[in-house]
Design a protein around this ligand. Structure first.
Ligand code: PEP
Length: 247
């Protein structure tokens, strides 16, 4: 008899690494696999392409149960903000998630917790689910991380928190499962205490070889960077996750 599984989230962050025929192939293969008959309904797959591919992604994924995410958004709804993308534009494009506070955005574009909080509240106002990254700064204590999470979730009714320790992003090195589970469960307690509906996922060097180890814990899902950038690697990862769900 098959085990009962809870929903498991797989979020693919393309960063600025995917374009052209690779982008098209990734979208088509994602749509096909996720819509296939034997793909588990408990796997919740989403892709986060660059802004310029959101429109195309919307069309390719339209008939599949895969979701669309954006990699960032402006902290303002509208205005004289050359080069920025409004939450209203994301809404028009059928975007379901917005990724906020990623370590790379914090480091390169000086994103702050206060900026993330403003963006998360905007998302919440228009019904887009913020995926809020935390944990990059390893000098912070667990209590300080908790404080940051709370600051970034004010006024938010529903969110995904993504624990992404900096040393694991793009390095091939993952922390111990025990550590990940500890942080994820701590973050869940906070969400429960403040009555925010949410999931807590882990991100950092997740691949087809290690995804099952995260699936066998209380972690709600994974945020995947590098292993979501080519169709073969990404579909291998999703098929491994699907195989785990069939057990
Ligand atoms: C990320 O970009 O959020 C990430 C986790 O990257 P990678 O999977 O490549 O470590």
């Amino acid at each position: 008899m098959q085990k009962e599984h809870k929903k498991f989230y797989i979020l693919g962050n393309w960063k600025m690494q995917v374009r052209g025929t690779t982008a098209q192939e990734l979208l088509v293969k994602t749509a096909t696999l996720v819509a296939s008959e034997n793909f588990s309904p408990h796997l919740h797959v989403s892709v986060f392409p660059p802004f310029t591919y959101l429109d195309r992604a919307r069309y390719v994924l339209a008939e599949s149960p895969a979701y669309l995410g954006a990699q960032n958004v402006s902290s303002e709804m509208s205005g004289a903000l050359t080069g920025q993308i409004s939450i209203l534009d994301l809404q028009d494009l059928g975007v379901f998630y917005a990724l906020l506070g990623h370590a790379e955005v914090r480091a390169l574009l000086h994103e702050t917790d206060a900026g993330v909080a403003k963006k998360a509240a905007l998302c919440s106002d228009v019904g887009i689910v913020p995926v809020v990254c935390f944990g990059a700064d390893v000098t912070k204590t667990p209590a300080q991380h908790a404080e940051c999470i709370l600051k970034m979730s004010e006024g938010v009714r529903k969110m995904i928190l993504a624990y992404e320790p900096i040393g694991a992003i793009g390095t091939g090195v993952t922390p111990s499962l025990e550590h990940v589970v500890d942080v994820v469960e701590g973050a869940h307690e906070l969400l429960d205490r403040y009555k925010i509906a949410g999931e807590v996922v882990y991100g950092g060097s997740v691949n087809a070889e290690n995804i099952e180890s995260f699936m066998s814990t209380s972690v709600d899902g994974v945020l995947v960077g590098g292993s979501s950038h080519t169709a073969k690697v990404w579909t291998d990862l999703m098929m491994r996750a699907n195989k785990f769900m069939q057990r």
